[in-house]
Design a protein around this ligand. Structure first.
Ligand SMILES: Nc1ncnc2c1ncn2[C@@H]1O[C@H](COP(=O)(O)OP(=O)(O)OP(=O)(O)O)[C@@H](O)[C@H]1O
Ligand SMILES: [Mg+2]
Length: 254
């Protein structure tokens, strides 16, 4: 893990009087998996939206590889190598799985030269996420686990250096969670930096090198999964019963 790839200073988002994200500083290292946890409404999804440009910042700045990206449009940020998944998955209806992912492959950092090349790349990505048999299905026919995988595939189609994952494991069973964890680790081994939001404690504690905790829009803690799981503020703000459950399981860090 080397230099900083993504840096935020006093990153702030207000919705009227609500401080959804409040003066959050962060520094993500290239090659890192950074987990983001916190109670419902803590500002996690909003923070991802500020990073990928879906929402404009109220205050603060964000830099990617030294370049200021806050103020750029989402497609410009995607072109620079950042892609994200959405907590509420929204595939293009009426289109097949393959078509949905090909769209991503046509944009992104290294824009594909033609549609055929995009299709080949798409087939490869679909097999990575375990959707190879579903390529020609319409997205309406996918179950929750398959929709999450499609969301991942669409993000991967941009060949991102930095991937922002918003609850890609929510609603999945244990085996499905484990296989997504394996995929995340594999993507990371390829050199991709990953920011991941997750409420599934075993997963996020197992996969992250470092964890950042948000509460009422503020960063209240940051550290290794082990440090975070012992942090009194984090336990009272969020971990509570989740922590009690986790103590029963054998290990914390992966
Ligand atoms: N577009 C919006 N307009 C107004 N308020 C918003 C908007 N988006 C989010 N909020 C509010 O900002 C706060 C942070 O929301 P956010 O979705 O970032 O939380 P979260 O940490 O992702 O929660 P969860 O774990 O439930 O997904 C919440 O109070 C939410 O209601
Ligand atoms: Mg959220």
């Amino acid at each position: 893990m080397g230099e900083s790839i993504l840096r935020g200073t006093k990153v702030t988002k207000c919705f009227g009087a609500l401080r959804a994200v409040w003066k959050v500083d962060f520094d993500v290292k290239r090659g890192e998996i950074l987990g983001i946890i916190g109670p419902n409404g803590a500002g996690k999804t909003t923070l991802l939206s500020l990073i990928n440009g879906t929402l404009p910042l109220t205050e603060g700045e964000i830099f990617f590889k030294g370049e200021r990206i806050s103020g750029l449009k989402p497609f410009q940020i995607a072109e620079r190598g950042i892609s994200r998944t959405f907590q509420i998955v929204k595939p293009f209806p009426g289109m097949t799985v393959l078509e949905n992912v090909s769209i991503g492959a046509l944009f992104g950092k290294d824009k594909m030269k033609d549609a055929r090349e995009a299709r080949e790349k798409t087939r490869h990505i679909l097999s990575r996420v375990g959707l190879q048999g579903k390529a020609d299905l319409r997205v309406e026919h996918l179950n929750i686990s398959e929709r999450k995988r499609l969301e991942l595939a669409r993000a991967l189609a941009m060949d991102p250096e930095l991937i922002l994952l918003d609850e890609v494991m929510a609603g999945l069973n244990t085996a499905e969670v484990e296989s997504i964890m394996d995929l995340i680790r594999e993507l990371n081994r390829e050199g991709r930096t990953i920011l991941i939001i997750e409420h599934v404690m075993k997963a996020i504690m197992g996969v992250s090198h470092r964890i950042m905790v948000l509460h009422h829009g503020e960063k209240i803690a940051e550290g290794s999964p082990e440090e975070i799981s012992k942090d009194e503020r984090v336990i009272s703000a969020y971990l509570g019963e989740r922590y009690a459950k986790m103590k029963g399981s054998a290990h914390v860090a992966g």
